[in-house]
Every structure is written in structure tokens, then in C-alpha cells.
Ligand binder design. Structure first.
Ligand code: ADP
Ligand code: ADP
Ligand code: SF4
Ligand code: SF4
Length: 589
């Protein structure tokens, strides 16, 4: 079975020399019609039945607009939805079960949202043909666990609730006070309980447009949980939350399943996904072209198979190399030349006071900043960047600082290439930067796009790139993982590490994803205190010491998975949790 997908956003028949693909196709040259021209829409169409899969058009197209893939025949009957001719194809669906949290793990653009649209009844899946009725869907799923579900969906007996991915967009769609929004959602009289659990008391009287990302996330989760539905879908519930909030939200979502509801979630923080899910599906394929849902797998095994890049039951290798986490906790630290010794710094905003103990940053190292939201991490970073003047202490060095803020504003008119080449055109041509940063983050694919039309994940990759190509001594990156999938998070982590090592520069990274912290950091800087009131920044320390201090404050222990070395959160009060807490070893034993 062969599928041909054309990304019409990229296809530009005038700039390729007028339908180059049609002219080079050997089938067409022999008088056949593998590629025809749709005159009305002025674009090429590949007829899969006539195409031999030679791949010549794929290589010749100057805009990489064409994907041709051969897929196993048995997938054909699992074809769920195709948006149109030569467009994205979704194969198979996740299970939906009362009383279970089903996690979905896979790259962006492989059909997770499409699957949710099907399961929430927003799309009647066309089964990749001309079907447009639920009856045909029910028939196609006969004998499958989803048959019953679709019957209920057809009869409107299923009420779905969706927590959207991009919470920053909520203020554009919903106006007014938080209290009013949540009161409207409260269908079971659980308002007080949910507000307390999600610690939203302080924002109830605030206007939605004045909420931070973390507050918007918790309001969106509360709005979903307050509804009385059958099927709940949480799209990336952890973005902008700190670790404690992430695990708390995970517990709240779990309770929903424990009370008999069916829950589906997409989550790219693997520690959270692990903690949250009963089973997971790995989604693989080619972003933008096709996506395949794996069989349901036990959570631990599924995440490990994902990291290995090999699905055992399916006998599919979807990534050539494994992702491994180093088992040794200590990487090099306190080696090399000192970049800066900063003094004790205090910032007093009146309502909030941050005190940072003096510390040293070395050249060539990556230091992760960890701590709860509202504890002064951004304030500290801004003092180092010279954006905020300390109340006590002085930042009098002449370091060049490059800063990627947590919330990225888009007011740029122009393409991604224009933006990046204005910052540093030379680095876009530099082969080291190409191999280590631009290509792994898929940035060249975005060059022709308008900056103000990028999705959240695309914008994040562009903002990280913009920060890293600037010539600077110190790179400050505030939550670079937001809206990135797992592969992208690891690509960003590798890029940051390699650039700092090679260039002898220093990066400070504010991050909440434990796997990313583990992967990226030479050292840790822990922030403690009372969020919104006072914060204390400890000097950078080794990973083990820092993680123990930090996790003790959060009250969570982690262990390493023996197969992949990835950190896994222990269940609260489990034997391991109690043992590790007793030993004071919150991270490594
Ligand atoms: P994910 O949630 O995994 O990021 P989506 O389900 O949102 O993936 O999208 C998968 C692919 O489907 C996208 O890359 C896009 O190319 C395609 N797609 C999504 N919606 C449409 C649509 N309405 N018409 C055509 N293609 C679409
Ligand atoms: P974090 O980065 O750890 O989430 P921030 O440094 O952003 O924390 O904020 C710490 C506290 O300082 C918050 O309570 C925030 O409301 C407050 N704060 C930040 N900037 C200002 C400011 N310019 N004026 C007054 N208060 C501020
Ligand atoms: Fe030209 Fe590529 Fe579009 Fe074919 S797919 S018309 S080669 S831009
Ligand atoms: Fe033609 Fe080969 Fe492209 Fe198929 S893969 S459309 S046969 S050039």
C-alpha cells in the first residue's frame, strides 16, 4: 500500500519551474498519469494507484513538499481518516475506557488531535473513503472495543469535554472573570473542592486576560473537571506548571478516572505521563503525512519502547537510534574558566522579595534553574540580564546576555528566515549550527512561514533558535520545553549542551520537565521560599545535591528506570518512596 502526501503550504509550482514533479515523473514521461495537474486549484495531484513509488519527485521537489511512503497492507483496514486527496492519513485509534487514563505519546503532527476530534464527535471519520456516516463507522469497528463507544456517540449519549493545548489562546476566546467562567462550568456543585485542589482561590476575581500561563492552565483544567461528562481529553495539561503542580494535576486527573470516567491525555513530560496513565499508545509515522496509533501498552513498557524507537509487538522501528539517559548523576562541573562570580543580589518588589546568595558560573556549562512558579526565577534571570536593577547588590559586569522569555510575544511581520537572518545571518550558514541546532529543530522547514502564523510549538523552536544564534556570553532560556514534543525537547537539550560545550559559553535554563533537566544539566540552581511572597536562590550546586534539596522541598522521590536510565516518579507512600525519603535520597539511590 502506498500513500502520497503533498504539503500544499510548501508547494509552489511557479518557483519550481512550473510543476517540476510532473515533468520528472517517469510514469508521466512514459505517457501515464501518476501526477496530474489540478488546474482549478493550480496544484499537482499524485494518483497513488498509478505511482510506482520511485521517489524521483520527492527528491526533485525543491520545497520538500512531497512524501511517498510504502506501508504494510494490513494497515489499510485500520485507516480511520484522511482529510482529502494527498493529505494526512490517520491509522487506528486509541482505546477509550471508563475508569482509565489512556496516555498518548508521539511527535506533533502525527494525528493526535485528529484522533481526539473523531472520539469527541467533531469529525465523522471517513475511513479514508467517501464515508460520512456514523453507521458505517460502527460497522467498520464491529468487534472492536470502540464499536460500543461510537454507537453511544452517534446517539449523543457521550458528552465529551476537551482541555485545549494552547492555553495562552484562551483569553482571546473567553472574556470576563475567572469565577464566572468556572461557575458556568460547574455542573455538579464541585466548585469549592476543585478551586481548593487547584489552588485557584487567589485568581477567582481576576480577569482572564490578566492570568499567567500557569494560572490559565489550571483554570482550563478546572473548567474541564467541573463539567459532568463521560469522556475527558486533556491536551498537554502540564505546560507552564511547576513540578509540584504537574504531579498534583496528574493526581486530580487520575481521580477523575477513579470515579469511573474515561480519560485520554496527550503529554510530553514523560515523568508526568508515566505518573498519570494506566496504559499508553505510542503514535508514530511522519509528521504532516501519516500517523499510526500503536496497540495499547503498559505505561512503563510503552515509554521505554518509545525511547528505544522500537515497538516490539508491532515489530516496527520508527527511530534509528535509542534515547538513553546517563546513569551517572554527576557530569563535569566546576571545571574550566569562571564566566562570572555574582554577588548577593536582592530584589524587593514590595509584595515580593527575592534574595539570591552569591554564586559562580563557569564557561561551557549548562545550569538548570528549578523551583516553584512565583518564586523569583524570572526576576533573577532578569537581574543577570540587566533588565531589572537589584535593590541590593550590583550587577556591574559587561556580559553579553541573550534571553528567551517564558511567554513569547509575536509582533514580527515577516518570515522566519527574515527574522533569524536579521539576528545573525552568518550562523544560519555555519555548518556546526546547521548540524547541531537548525536541522535537529527542523527550523529550515519553517523558513518560508510567516512568524505571526506559527503554531505554539513552531514559535517556541524559532524563539529558542533566535536566542541561541545571538552572539552572547550567557544564554538565559525560560522554559524552552513548552509546547515541544519529546523528540523536540531532547533535540533542544542536545543543541544547548553541544553549543555551550563547543563555544565555551554558559546557559541558564529555567525548566520543569525532570527528564529534560536530567538530560541537559551540568549543575542545578534551586529556588526555595513561599511563592508570591519571598524567594531564596541557592548558589549552583552539583546535580545530586541540587536534586535532593529540590525534590525534598516538593516531597517527591524519583528512581531511575533500569532499562533506559530515565527518571520515574515513585508513587507517594510506596515502599521505594518511603525508603528513599528515609535515606534522604530523593533522586538517585
Ligand atoms: P497532532 O495533534 O499530533 O499534532 P494533528 O491531528 O493536529 O496532529 O494533525 C496531523 C496533521 O493533519 C497535520 O500535520 C496537518 O497537516 C493535518 N491536518 C489537520 N487538520 C487538517 C485539515 N482540516 N485539513 C487538512 N489537513 C489537516
Ligand atoms: P518565577 O519565574 O519563579 O515564576 P517571577 O520572578 O516571575 O517568578 O515572580 C516572582 C514574584 O514576583 C511573583 O509573585 C510576581 O508576581 C512578582 N513580580 C514579578 N515582577 C514584578 C514586578 N515588576 N512588580 C511587582 N511584582 C513582580
Ligand atoms: Fe513543484 Fe514541488 Fe509543488 Fe511539484 S510539489 S509543483 S515540484 S513545488
Ligand atoms: Fe511519479 Fe515516482 Fe513521484 Fe510516483 S514517486 S509520482 S512514480 S515520480
Amino acid at each position: 500500500m502506498r500513500i502520497a502526501v503533498i504539503d500544499y503550504d510548501r508547494c509552489n509550482p511557479d518557483k519550481c519551474g512550473h510543476f517540476l514533479c510532473e515533468r520528472v515523473c517517469p510514469v508521466n514521461r512514459m505517457g501515464g498519469e501518476a501526477i496530474i495537474i489540478d488546474e482549478e486549484n493550480y496544484r499537482p495531484v499524485i494518483q497513488e494507484a498509478s505511482c510506482t513509488g520511485c521517489g524521483i519527485c520527492v527528491h526533485k521537489c525543491p520545497f520538500n513538499a512531497i512524501t511517498i511512503v510504502n506501508l504494510p497492507e494490513e494497515l489499510e483496514e485500520g485507516c480511520v481518516h484522511r482529510y482529502g486527496v494527498n493529505s494526512f492519513v490517520l491509522y487506528r485509534l486509541p482505546v477509550v475506557k471508563d475508569g482509565m487514563v489512556v496516555g498518548i505519546l508521539g511527535p506533533n503532527g502525527t494525528g493526535k488531535t485528529t484522533a481526539v476530534k473523531v472520539l469527541s464527535g467533531q469529525i465523522v471519520p471517513n475511513l479514508c473513503g467517501y464515508n460520512d456516516s456514523w453507521d458505517a463507522v460502527i460497522k467498520a469497528f464491529r468487534g472492536n472495543e470502540l464499536q460500543n463507544y461510537f454507537e453511544k456517540l452517534k446517539n449523543r449519549q457521550i458528552k465529551p469535554v476537551v482541555k485545549p493545548q494552547y492555553v495562552d489562546l484562551i483569553p482571546k476566546a473567553v472574556k470576563g472573570k475567572v469565577r464566572d467562567l468556572l461557575k458556568r462550568a460547574d455542573e455538579e456543585g464541585r466548585f469549592d473542592e476543585v478551586i481548593r485542589e487547584l489552588e485557584l482561590e487567589n485568581v477567582l476575581d481576576r480577569d482572564i486576560k490578566h492570568l499567567s500561563g500557569g494560572e490559565l492552565q489550571r483554570v482550563a483544567i478546572a473548567a474541564a473537571i467541573l463539567r459532568n461528562a463521560h469522556f475527558y481529553f486533556f491536551d498537554e495539561p502540564s505546560s507552564y506548571l511547576d513540578i509540584k503542580q504537574r504531579l498534583k494535576v496528574a493526581r486530580i486527573i487520575r481521580h477523575l478516572a477513579d470515579s469511573g470516567k474515561a480519560v485520554l491525555t496527550v503529554e510530553h513530560d514523560l515523568a508526568v505521563l508515566d505518573y498519570l496513565s494506566d496504559v499508553i499508545h505510542v503514535v508514530y509515522g511522519k509528521p504532516g503525512a501519516y500517523g499510526i496509533f500503536s496497540q495499547p501498552k503498559g505505561t512503563r513498557n510503552g515509554i521505554n519502547e518509545f525511547l528505544r524507537g522500537y515497538l516490539k509487538d508491532e515489530n516496527v522501528r520508527f527511530r534509528p537510534q535509542e534515547i538513553r539517559f546517563t546513569k551517572s548523576s554527576e557530569r563535569k562541573s566546576q571545571e574550566g574558566e569562571i564566566l562570572v562570580e555574582y554577588p548577593r543580589l536582592v530584589k524587593d518588589y514590595g509584595g515580593f522579595r527575592l534574595e539570591a546568595e552569591p554564586g559562580i558560573l563557569y564557561m561551557g556549562e549548562v545550569v538548570s534553574i528549578v523551583g516553584p512558579n512565583g518564586i523569583g526565577k524570572t526576576t533573577f534571570v532578569k537581574m543577570l540580564a540587566g533588565v531589572e536593577k537589584p535593590t541590593e547588590g550590583e550587577v556591574d559586569w559587561e556580559l553579553k546576555v541573550s534571553y528567551k522569555p517564558q511567554y513569547i510575544k509575536v509582533d514580527y511581520e515577516g518570515t522566519v528566515y527574515d527574522l533569524l537572518s536579521k539576528i545573525n545571518a552568518g550562523k544560519l550558514l555555519n555548518s556546526f549550527y546547521k548540524t547541531e541546532l537548525l536541522n535537529p529543530l527542523g527550523v529550515p522547514d519553517l523558513y518560508d512561514k510567516q512568524v505571526n502564523e506559527l503554531s505554539g510549538g513552531e514559535l517556541q523552536r524559532v524563539a529558542i533558535t533566535a536566542a541561541l544564534i545571538r552572539d552572547a556570553d550567557l544564554y538565559l532560556l525560560d522554559e524552552p520545553s513548552a509546547y515541544l514534543d519529546v523528540e523536540q525537547r531532547l533535540a533542544v537539550s542536545r543543541a544547548i549542551r553541544h553549543l555551550m560545550e563547543k563555544e565555551g559559553k554558559t546557559a541558564l535554563v529555567v525548566e520543569h520537565d525532570v527528564l529534560m533537566i536530567d538530560y541537559i544539566s551540568d549543575r542545578l540552581m534551586v529556588f526555595e521560599g513561599e511563592p508570591g511572597k519571598h524567594g531564596k536562590a541557592l548558589p549552583p550546586t552539583g546535580m545530586r545535591e541540587g536534586m535532593n534539596r529540590f525534590l525534598a522541598g516538593v516531597g517527591i522521590t524519583f528512581r531511575r528506570d533500569p532499562d533506559t536510565g530515565r527518571p520515574r516518579a515513585n508513587k507517594e507512600n510506596s515502599v521505594k518512596d518511603r525508603e528513599q525519603k528515609e535515606m534522604g535520597e530523593y533522586y538517585y539511590v
